[in-house]
Design a protein around this ligand. Structure first.
Ligand SMILES: Nc1nc2c(ncn2[C@@H]2O[C@H](COP(=O)(O)OP(=O)(O)OP(=O)(O)O)[C@@H](O)[C@H]2O)c(=O)[nH]1
Length: 305
């Protein structure tokens, strides 16, 4: 909310000055009425309405970008507020009966405000129609071009590249770290060889579910190829990513996975590597990640030999 006040500070200051000028004018030219004749119903009705219009103004400014339509809506609401504000002041301050300008101050901004608001709402409606049309186009683009993996419900390497290409500059601009995990099942060809390709598919689906459950909402899991997955970890330092890598590797090793036919335990393990983006673009980050994976697999082979 405070950013909204800062962003539109000139509008708020202008409105405050006008409301204040109205009050000073009334106080300097009129006389404060005795409290006995204050009409509390009018004060509550008019003052409450003025406060509600201020609340609408704040909500409108908070939900809209700056621009012509926002200005129209603001001026419209400001006119309504000023009209109600002068009406409320009238309940406290008595001005000579002969004067008419105060009636104008109370009534004239109201119809102007309604006209401006109507024009503003009409343009807002047209804006919304244009946004809706764009969203439909984008959704169509998304549905047509996004490649879903056929085995798991995950997007593929192409999608990962496109998301990395957007996420990397965004993180750099926000000065936030971005890390990536690559997860590769060990000896997965043996699962296929021993239990069949269909069973292999089921194992990949189980691993995918396990990974999805273990990740945070804003992490993006994709299937790079075969038994290799990648996770984009926004706002994550290398150390945190390393911890996640260890945890995921342990979860996969503990996955109680049994074959559908015989119910045998299928023992799984995975090599998980973490890299943090430095000055990378999508390609160089993927290359570094693949290199880290190749080293980790080599180390595993050496350990086994
Ligand atoms: N069931 C199934 N298998 C797949 C799929 N895609 C790739 N594979 C198999 O996954 C295996 C991957 O083999 P490799 O790349 O040698 O990996 P690995 O056997 O895990 O060996 P390391 O990674 O070196 O430990 C191959 O046997 C592929 O046929 C798939 O969608 N379903």
């Amino acid at each position: 909310m405070s950013s909204m006040f800062f962003l539109h500070r000139i509008k708020w200051i202008g409105l405050l000055l006008l409301a204040n000028a109205g009050m000073v004018l009334y106080l300097s030219l009129g006389e404060i009425k005795p409290t006995a004749i204050w009409d509390w119903t009018d004060i509550a009705g008019e003052g409450g309405s003025a406060l509600l219009v201020l609340l609408w103004t704040a909500l409108m400014l908070k939900s809209r970008p700056a621009g012509r339509v926002t200005n129209l809506l603001f001026v419209g609401l400001a006119c309504l507020f000023l009209s109600l504000w002068m009406d409320t002041l009238d309940e406290f301050v008595a001005l000579p009966e002969a004067w008419v300008w105060d009636h104008w101050l109370e009534s004239a901004p109201m119809p102007i405000g309604f006209v401006l608001l109507t024009i503003g709402i009409y343009h807002w409606h047209r804006e919304q129609l244009a946004i809706n049309a764009q969203m439909v186009n984008r959704e169509r683009y998304f549905r047509e071009h996004r490649h879903f993996d056929k085995v798991t419900p995950l997007a593929d390497a192409g999608y990962l590249r496109s998301q990395l290409a957007q996420a990397l500059p965004r993180s750099a601009a926000a000065q936030e770290p971005l890390s990536m995990l690559t997860i590769d099942l060990d000896d997965f060809n043996r699962v296929n060889a021993r239990y069949g390709h269909q069973e292999g598919d089921r194992v990949l689906q189980l691993v995918c579910q396990l990974l999805l459950m273990s990740l945070r909402r804003h992490d993006l899991l994709c299937r790079l190829a075969g038994d290799r997955f990648a996770v984009v970890l926004p706002n994550t330092l290398e150390e945190q990513a390393q911890t996640m890598a260890r945890e995921l590797s342990q979860s996969i090793a503990h996955l109680a996975c049994r074959s559908a036919q015989q119910g045998e335990r299928i023992v799984l393990s995975a090599t998980v590597v973490a890299v943090m983006a430095r000055q990378d673009d999508a390609e160089s980050l993927l290359q570094r990640s693949n290199l880290a994976m190749a080293h980790a697999k080599q180390a595993l082979q050496l350990k086994r030999a």
